[in-house]
Design a binder for this molecule. Structure first.
Ligand SMILES: [Zn+2]
Length: 167
């Protein structure tokens, strides 16, 4: 089922319930010819220059009337210690007991402008699931949506903003 766009009046593809980026922002500034030498990369983890550590995670946003949350799939920089701990416990049963640790977003979440370095708490999930990021600053609009949830209309508004970014 598509949705009728309030910006252009056209019918668009089904309403996306998640958006994700494949790499942290830090990687975007690295020239392609240096990439292989400087970046170690999987779909979930990234290390730049052997000293900057990034994890891929999810910011789940409850949607009123829906069981599954809306998801921002993003990256956060974490300390070397947190990164190593996460790597050590990657396949360890019970790893979700790991106390939350700090991270800093390394993704700009378009409808919220500049979210680079926004502080999050990283909550490790069961084996096979990406960590959840919880925005620390409770005044931030993204934190407000994370704690209060959003409506399906808001999901559509986000889709329209993203689709018509170039207008
Ligand atoms: Zn449209």
């Amino acid at each position: 089922m598509g949705f009728l766009c309030t910006v252009c009046g056209e019918q668009h593809d089904p309403l996306p319930m998640s958006y994700s980026v494949k790499a942290p922002l830090a990687v975007a500034g690295i020239p392609p010819e240096e990439f292989e030498q400087r970046v170690v990369y999987t779909v979930d983890q990234c290390v730049v220059d052997g000293k900057d550590f990034y994890l891929r995670g999810r910011i789940p946003i409850p949607v009123e009337g829906f069981e599954d949350p809306f998801i921002w799939g993003v990256w956060a920089e974490v300390s070397p210690k947190s990164f190593l701990l996460t790597t050590e416990r990657w396949s360890t049963e019970g790893r979700e007991q790991t106390p939350p640790f700090p991270g800093w977003l390394n993704t700009n979440i378009f409808p919220f402008g500049d979210t680079f370095n926004l502080e999050v708490r990283v909550h490790t999930q069961v084996v096979g699931r990406r960590p959840h990021f919880e925005v620390v600053d409770q005044e931030h609009p993204l934190a407000i949506e994370q704690s209060h949830g959003i409506t399906l209309q808001r999901v559509q508004q986000i889709a329209e903003m993203i689709l018509h970014d170039d207008d």
